[in-house]
Design a protein around this ligand. Structure first.
Ligand code: ADP
Ligand code: MG
Length: 216
């Protein structure tokens, strides 16, 4: 099973990734937990550039392609091989972030977004997308508080990145971008109220995953 966690910064993706991975590993020890951008040596370098390259004056189309390059590497080197072996994959962000951030957030043309997504994935889509939906104000409060962790390595997160410095209006557009995507594909998406406690959210996600296991 291929599961993606989405939501604006601070929504709780990394927290749920850890909880879900732990539960999946109890069922079957081999689980791939990864993240975007990143998840490969190339992707990790690109992650550094897109998140912390505030001095690079990255234009929106270049940003789109940097994410696409990281994703192409992840799809071919990690996601497809794991899924082909029957290993479950949990990914912190995927193509839906591109639509939300570069499309709704930065205003890059939809056709270009779709082309970049297709180029990077060759059409690989997850079985389930969990949207942790949170009011922007609350998300920004969470980002400002200490205790956030980098996904997969769980090292303390570095200071505010290029996205976390964006204005409220940017995040409002991004949030709407996620909600719109969920609305047109309700079978694939599980939309959760991210103000609920982590354990509660983890339980709902797990119920959904188990249901999928029964069907699949
Ligand atoms: N359901 C929740 N309720 C309250 N706080 C949460 C919840 N989930 C995560 N947090 C806290 O919010 C902050 C951001 O969570 P994180 O998982 O890093 O979000 P993301 O990966 O989406 O940016 C962390 O300090 C985390 O402990
Ligand atoms: Mg995170």
């Amino acid at each position: 099973m291929f599961i993606v966690l989405e939501g604006i910064d601070g929504a709780g993706k990394t927290t749920q990734l850890a909880l879900l991975t732990e539960r999946l590993r109890q069922r079957s020890p081999e689980v791939v937990a990864t993240q975007e951008p990143g998840g490969t040596p190339l992707g990790d370098r690109l992650r550094e550039v897109v998140k912390h390259g505030a001095d690079l004056d990255i234009v929106p189309r270049a940003e789109l392609l940097l994410f696409a390059a990281s994703r192409a590497q992840l799809v071919e080197r990690v996601l497809r091989p794991a899924l082909a072996r029957g290993v479950s994959v949990v990914c912190d962000r995927y193509v839906f972030s591109t639509v939300a951030y570069q499309g709704y957030g930065r205003g890059v043309d939809r056709g270009l977004i779709a082309a970049a997504v297709d180029l990077a994935t060759g059409g690989l889509l997850p079985d389930l997308v969990v949207l942790l939906d949170l009011e922007v104000r609350l998300a920004l409060q969470r980002i400002a508080s200490p205790g956030r962790r980098e996904p997969t390595t769980f090292a303390p997160a570095r200071g505010r990145d290029r996205f976390e410095g964006e204005a409220l209006a940017f995040y409002e557009r991004v949030r709407q971008g996620y909600r719109d995507q969920a609305a047109v594909d309700p079978d694939r998406w599980l939309v959760l109220d991210a103000t609920r406690p982590p354990d509660h959210l983890a339980r709902i996600i797990w119920e959904k995953v188990e249901k999928f296991g029964l069907q699949g």
